[in-house]
Design a protein around this ligand. Sequence first.
Ligand code: 1GP
Length: 249
Amino acid sequence: MNYSWIDKIKKQKIKHKKSLIVLLDPDKLDEASTIAMAKAADYHAIEAFFVGGSLMSSNRFEQTVSLLKAHSKLPIIIFPGNYLQISAQADALLLLSLLSGRNPEFLIGQHVVAAPYLKRSGLEIIPTAYLLIDCGTPTSVSYMSQTQPIPYEKNDIAVATAVAGEMMGMQLAYLEGGSGAIRAVPDDMIRAVSQAIDIPLIVGGGIRDIKQLEQVFKAGADIAVVGTSLEKKPDLLSDLSKITNTFNR
Ligand code: 1GP
């Protein structure tokens, strides 16, 4: 039987298990830092790597996936900024539909262009309801997608959007504050969305320390994604993974 990452995540949700995912942006990490992170993650409670970015200026995407594959046993999940970010060496790809926006290019356009490649790639494709939340600063995602995020305090809009995504058959919901966001997605919004849907909920953007990670998990996120803070301070991985473990005892 083929391995399915999303099946594993759904089973973990049933058991109330919390997961931490490390986001690697190939533009921001050189070869040595990527290898160091790959090796370190294997020793901590990390569920997987996400690889991707809103804009890729280097040609390190494929190389980053290869390095992770060579130096870590963890699943490699592509978290694509656009259809150029596809690698058959990875395990799965989040097929993101930017449901918070009204730009058809990010709701279906890019998907159509990518579909023939994705079909041939053999990757596990995971349809994902992707919701960008306004966390205080203009983000690369909102600029690159030319869409407006959901306002910070509009929990009802976030809930209705996530529920719509679930009804459309999406397998994951993702509340995105944007990479390097000044503040993380608000607890109230995470709580409201997690209570309204049955599919696993991912939260990312602006999680900088163990306190914020704890809040995100307590509010109801099944998976937390951390990128920028680990680029700046790789040692934080150990503390973040310890906190994740405390939720899984
Ligand atoms: C993943 O974009 C986030 O959802 C990552 O955000 O870089 O702020 O951790 P940070």
